[in-house]
Design a protein around this ligand. Structure first.
Ligand SMILES: Nc1ncnc2c1ncn2[C@@H]1O[C@H](COP(=O)(O)OP(=O)(O)OP(=O)(O)O)[C@@H](O)[C@H]1O
Ligand SMILES: [Mg+2]
Length: 249
């Protein structure tokens, strides 16, 4: 349900999981994000689409606090987090799977997973237990726990990166091109794992994605061009024009 529907149905307006308003972000003097407004409601999967270099990763890094906006507001469940550090944003419930995965190559799969515990609200406790839910989502990881992160294939590293983010028990998961450079059969596995995560945990997801099939799994999309949001709507109604303009299909 969108906020508008909630209001139309005379229900209490829903507080967005994430609300971005008027974000302007610069790299030095280069104006990268331009007046970005975006909402994600609880349990919603929203996809951000757009060609190379339009600012998708910049937006995710700004939400995570790795970059700072010159203007605007970032609200997480109604709380302004503009001045909150990246670590604290993670502990408030934002999980981040960066573009390129950033698996640590010279530590084991298990230790990569345990790093995800840092994002738990009370930080990392002395535990080395990885819940079975993680292995139900990504069975391949269970067989590879003692392998070095760098020994995994690209698809396995992507699954590890998502699993590591889930170890922090996020309520909002940011996924930056999780299928980039990954073979088609693994893309479908990742897609179904993400859908299962939403179904079983009710978390919200902001997905940056180029594969149309995966984009269609989202509830709504925002299309970005030159750092600004230029179109938004329901993914069921994605037109050929939008697909050709904003996806590299
Ligand atoms: N560290 C940086 N310093 C200066 N400019 C940067 C930096 N990182 C990115 N940019 C520029 O910011 C713009 C947006 O980059 P960004 O990585 O957010 O795009 P993107 O939409 O994620 O692209 P892609 O689809 O290739 O991942 C690009 O023009 C890029 O060249
Ligand atoms: Mg990017």
């Amino acid at each position: 349900m969108t906020k508008d529907q909630a209001i139309n149905d005379n229900l209490e307006p829903i507080i967005p999981m994430l609300n971005l308003s008027n974000l302007n972000v610069y790299y030095g003097e280069s104006h990268i994000l331009r007046s970005v407004d975006l909402n994600i409601f609880p349990g919603e999967m929203v996809c951000l689409i757009g060609r190379n270099g339009v600012g998708k990763t910049t937006l995710l890094k700004t939400i995570m606090g790795l970059l700072h906006s010159r203007t605007g507001n970032i609200n997480l469940e109604g709380k302004n987090i503009n001045k909150i550090t990246t670590d604290k944003r993670a502990r408030l419930g934002i999980g981040y799977v960066p573009q390129g995965r950033e698996v640590i190559p010279r530590i084991s799969v298990k230790d990569n997973l345990l790093l995800g515990l840092e994002a738990r609200p009370k930080g990392r406790k002395k535990t080395d237990i990885i819940s079975e839910e993680i292995f139900e989502l990504f069975p391949v990881l269970k067989t590879m726990l003692n392998r070095m992160g760098g020994d995994l294939s690209g698809g396995q590293q992507q699954q590890l990166a998502i699993a590591r983010a889930l170890m922090g028990k996020p309520r909002l998961l940011l996924l930056d091109e999780p299928t980039e450079g990954i073979q088609p059969s693994i893309i479908l596995e990742i897609e179904s794992a993400v859908k299962k995560i939403i179904k079983t945990t009710g978390i919200s997801v902001l997905l940056v994605e180029q594969h149309l099939h995966f984009v269609r799994q989202a509830d709504r999309y925002y299309a970005m061009q030159k750092g600004g949001i230029v179109a938004t709507g329901n993914t069921q109604q994605l037109s050929q024009e939008i697909i050709q303009k904003f996806l590299a299909v």
